[in-house]
Design a protein around this ligand. Structure first.
Ligand SMILES: [Zn+2]
Ligand SMILES: [Zn+2]
Ligand SMILES: [Zn+2]
Length: 156
């Protein structure tokens, strides 16, 4: 995971809001991603404030961390790569597939386009990071104009 501060990144991007967790999860006694109980001092601390202490079990931490890091690797590449400014290059495609694999393992929903809401198929896609109401959000958009939705033809 290439020198990234994974607990910090998970805190920023992936830890659910306190209100979405059970009291046991908020107190750090249960993993925030699975029902596993955590003994005191076990589990990976993922931030929180003085009223809640989200923790993850080591396997969820690995799986969720990998899903996040692969998306950030993909995003970083897309931002830096001159070729990707027009259409995603081969490296970007490889990074996308690594991320989609990791997402599947983390049981995250398949990626969809933030603009048109469609699930992503084989078409060109790029990651898109934005600031949501509670945290940073990593989304995806079509790298080409969004395909017209069926039935939208007569809209104007
Ligand atoms: Zn877990
Ligand atoms: Zn590229
Ligand atoms: Zn789209």
């Amino acid at each position: 995971m290439s020198g990234r501060n994974v607990p910090e990144l998970l805190r920023v991007f992936a830890v659910p809001a306190g209100a979405e967790l059970t009291p046991q999860q908020r107190s750090g006694n249960v993993c925030i991603w699975c029902p596993k109980e955590l003994l005191a001092g076990k589990g990976v601390a993922l931030g929180g404030t003085d009223t809640w202490y989200p923790h993850a079990c080591p396997s969820c931490y690995d799986i969720q961390g990998r899903a996040l890091v692969t998306s950030l690797d993909w995003n970083d590449h897309t931002v830096d790569c001159a070729n990707c400014h027009t259409t995603p290059c081969d490296t970007a495609q490889t990074l996308r597939h690594a991320h989609e694999d990791a997402r599947q393992r983390a049981r995250l929903r398949p990626i969809f386009c933030l603009d048109c809401g469609k699930a992503m198929g084989a078409e060109a896609v790029r990651p898109y990071v934005w600031i949501g109401s509670a945290s940073m959000v990593l989304s995806y958009v079509h790298a080409i104009p969004c395909p017209p939705s069926a039935g939208a033809d007569g809209d104007n």
